[in-house]
Design a protein around this ligand. Structure first.
Ligand SMILES: Nc1ncnc2c1ncn2[C@@H]1O[C@H](COP(=O)(O)OP(=O)(O)OP(=O)(O)O)[C@@H](O)[C@H]1O
Length: 383
């Protein structure tokens, strides 16, 4: 029996009432792009963050509804929580060039389609975390600088459309210029090319991005930017698992993903979710980095393992994923990052910079190890 179309699935989902009961989940725009591969169906439901815990029955109902359709072998539905950035409550439209415009590269495609490389870019590496605030963006920026010090030309794409922090970390402001041909010029700081939703709409602009908008914004940042020749593009992902992760895996061939985690068990649990997400979409996990692992006393220099250091390493071993290294909790890292002058720039010979360079070295080795398959493009496979 042939599998149903995305449209047929969408119609079926109209039978499920949205929270509040006035309308259904499709009319309310809660259903993401629907991916179908060999009878397996995957999509997410965008729900308000404060209701996420209570909406498990809704997720289940959506899964069961689709699962009952002829030709569907298995349905997997994920809840994606909306995150509001800033103080506003209404979801405004992003302004100026940030507004994602529908373009040929943004059209929906069936699962498992060939991904198309971004011309000039060697490897695309995602830096991800299961939850927010673990230091993912700080790690992404310092890794980019460490890779550059290894002699690579590097770009950073801030895909954390919900809370873009790359402009602040790299001390960037203003708006990207146009390069002609409707392409945007990437901004540049410390020799790193960078683009971020934050540069285009301003960090304080409150945004609620819905699934389809996220996909288009990502396409625009990947293909609407004159990146030039890059050895590596580091993509700073939004925390958690959601549309951006799926969309990136579908749009471009990726060398792999790096998962940043703090040592706390909870973060590790979240990290595992992030890891499984990438595995599901057949993106190789290049390794785990433990951030804020040890607290180094600024006065005496002694290390204290206040967060149960070592958890990520043990977890990496258990999961059969490379452990790329650990970054201590260091005031220098926080202060320099938050001041827009990352530690790799401010103190390139310091202990922290050496740690980032060692991690970058391991990352390059991992990328080279999987490089042979890096250009084939991941097919979406659901278990
Ligand atoms: N190793 C470290 N030592 C000290 N402070 C750190 C370290 N890593 C990150 N930080 C600080 O922790 C805070 C959160 O970091 P960051 O913004 O990179 O996290 P994130 O995971 O990207 O968060 P979000 O997902 O919310 O964007 C920042 O103030 C940053 O300077």
């Amino acid at each position: 029996m042939s599998e149903p179309s995305a449209e047929a699935i969408r119609d079926q989902l109209r039978s499920i009432a949205a929270p509040g009961g006035k309308s259904d989940i499709v009319s309310e725009g809660m259903v993401s792009d629907i991916f179908i591969a060999k009878g397996k169906v995957f999509f997410s439901l965008t729900v308000p963050a404060d209701l996420a815990d209570r909406l498990e029955p809704l997720r289940k109902a959506a899964e069961e509804t689709v699962q009952k359709m002829p030709g569907v072998q298995k349905a997997t539905v994920a809840l994606t929580a909306e995150r509001k950035n800033g103080q506003g409550t209404a979801p405004p439209s992003p302004a100026g060039p940030a507004r994602p415009t529908p373009g040929p590269a943004a059209q929906r495609g069936p699962a498992g389609r060939q991904t198309i490389a971004v011309p000039g870019i060697g490897s695309i590496v995602a830096v991800a975390s299961g939850k927010g605030g673990v230091g993912k963006s700080t790690t992404a920026v310092n890794l980019a600088l460490a890779l550059q010090q290894h002699g690579l030309s590097v770009g950073v794409l801030d895909a954390d459309v919900y809370g873009p922090s790359i402009p602040r970390l790299l001390g960037l402001s203003g708006k990207p210029e146009m390069a002609g041909d409707k392409m945007m010029k990437p901004m540049e700081s410390y020799g790193i090319k960078a683009i971020s939703m934050g540069l285009m709409v301003g960090e304080d602009t409150p945004m609620v991005w819905r699934g389809p908008m996220v996909t288009q914004a990502l396409t625009q940042m990947l293909r609407g930017v004159a990146w030039g020749e890059l050895d590596m593009l580091i993509v700073d992902m939004p925390p958690g698992t959601g549309d951006v992760q799926l969309s990136l895996a579908q749009q471009v061939p990726m060398a792999g993903a790096v998962i940043v985690s703090t040592p706390q068990d909870l973060a590790l649990l979240d990290a595992r979710k992030g890891l499984n997400m990438f595995r599901k979409v057949e993106v190789p996990v290049l390794g785990i980095i433990e951030n804020m692992s040890l607290f180094v006393c600024p006065d005496c220099g002694a290390s204290h393992s206040i967060f149960g250091h070592g958890g990520a390493k043990a977890e990496a071993e258990k999961l059969g994923v490379p452990f790329l290294g650990e970054v201590p909790l260091q005031m220098a890292i926080r202060e320099t990052s938050d001041a827009g002058k990352p530690v790799l720039v401010g103190d390139p010979d310091g202990a922290e910079s050496t740690i980032y360079r060692q991690i970058a070295q391991r990352l390059v080795e991992e990328v080279e190890g999987v490089g042979a398959q890096g250009n084939e493009g991941p097919a979406i496979v659901f278990e």
